[in-house]
Design a protein around this ligand. Structure first.
Ligand code: ADP
Ligand code: MG
Length: 345
């Protein structure tokens, strides 16, 4: 099969929104009035971001999911994407499954595949997504940029800090797949689903427009990604230890529940997973205390669990607090330090 047959067979789907989709030198998109285009790109490289033998359908899903997660973090509605694919060889069954994983998620979010590039090379999947977000600032977020997009820079002292869904379970699955830890089979299945089938929080992101003051997606670990919000907003955070621990689904669902999990892994391990984790694709965001009801409504509207984990403060850095408000010694996250491809360690 030649390059063009391959594109035609596996990557050419209806594109009603685009003026021109796959087949010409450029795709053409008509911008909507009153909207900014939100653009983001993410590459997944075999052996670095996924195991070469991963289920290709899951891979197709994840390659788009991690990109849609960036749109979600901006409160943008997905419109279209382009796909640059490097393949070591053409295997029909693999492409069929990959294409299905990609297509199913694209369809769920009305995100059209409008173009790309196909080459021979070590398996690499690079997707660029395009989304739309209103171009008018909302009352909730004041970050000196004229847009209705959720940015990282709007967190205010006194804001609540929230996280969607569960956090840390994907990182646990990765460590189990690497043979570093052992998880009971039922727990492993759920954790692996978090790693391989992340759910981009697009609907929640849309519902948080005009509610959140700042937002980011949790891709490299909560401590690091919340850290980006705090840095861009020039603020710090106080986080509730108990709320953090509640974010790890694996700990709750472990046979014998939290006490059994802690007995096996040690008392700080759950917090290490949550703060250092990675690959969760949840949203971390801040909102004024006056918006608590609006946050609850956004969570309900999008059928997404949202947990309040702490507060924005003026002193820089992240402080951990127990239920009585006592400051806890800072946690060594060790092996769970936020992921950084170029960190010297
Ligand atoms: P060019 O040589 O001008 O870069 P190509 O011959 O590579 O264009 O691609 C032909 C058409 O197929 C273009 O419209 C391109 O966007 C599209 N295309 C190529 N690879 C992919 C892919 N993996 N998925 C979707 N569209 C693709
Ligand atoms: Mg080309």
């Amino acid at each position: 099969m030649g390059e063009f047959d391959l594109i035609q067979r596996f990557f050419t789907w209806p594109t009603p929104r685009a003026v021109m989709g796959v087949g010409d030198d450029c795709a053409l998109l008509a911008p909507s009035a009153g909207m900014h285009m939100a653009i983001s790109t993410d590459a997944l490289i075999s052996g670095r971001h996924f195991f070469a033998n991963v289920d290709p359908q899951a891979l197709g899903h994840k390659a788009l999911a991690v990109n849609l997660s960036d749109l979600a973090a901006c409160g943008a509605r997905p419109v279209a994407f382009v796909l640059a694919l490097a393949l070591p060889e053409v295997k029909n069954a693999w492409l069929e499954a990959f294409s299905k994983g990609l297509f199913d998620l694209a369809q769920t979010h009305g995100c059209e595949l409008i173009g790309g590039d196909t080459t021979r090379g070590p398996l690499t999947i690079t997707i660029t997504v395009f989304g739309e977000v209103p171009n008018t600032p909302t009352e909730a977020a004041s970050h000196g940029v004229a847009t209705g997009a959720l940015l990282r820079s709007g967190a205010q002292v006194g804001d609540d800090i929230y996280v969607s869904g569960s956090v840390g379970d994907a990182a646990l699955a990765l460590r189990a797949l690497q043979g570093k830890i052992a998880l009971p089979e039922s727990v492993m299945a759920a954790a692996k689903a978090r790693l391989e089938w992340p759910k981009p929080r697009v609907t929640l992101g849309l519902a948080l427009r005009g509610v959140a003051t700042a937002c980011a997606d949790v891709s490299d670990g909560l401590r690091g990604d919340l850290g980006h919000i705090l840095e861009r907003s020039q603020r710090g955070a106080e986080l509730q230890w108990d709320a953090l621990l509640s974010l790890l689904a694996t700990r709750k669902n472990y046979p014998g529940a939290a006490p059994a999990f802690d007995a096996v892994f040690g008392s700080d391990f759950a917090a290490q997973c949550v703060l250092g984790g990675g690959d969760d694709y949840e949203l971390v965001f801040t909102a004024s205390e006056t918006k608590r009801l609006a946050v609850t409504q956004a969570a309900e509207q999008s059928a997404t669990r949202v947990t309040r984990i702490g507060k924005v403060v003026s002193a820089h850095g992240i402080t951990l607090m127990d239920a009585s408000g006592k400051v806890l010694p800072s946690l060594a996250v060790g092996d769970f330090a936020s992921f950084d491809h170029f960190s010297p360690g």
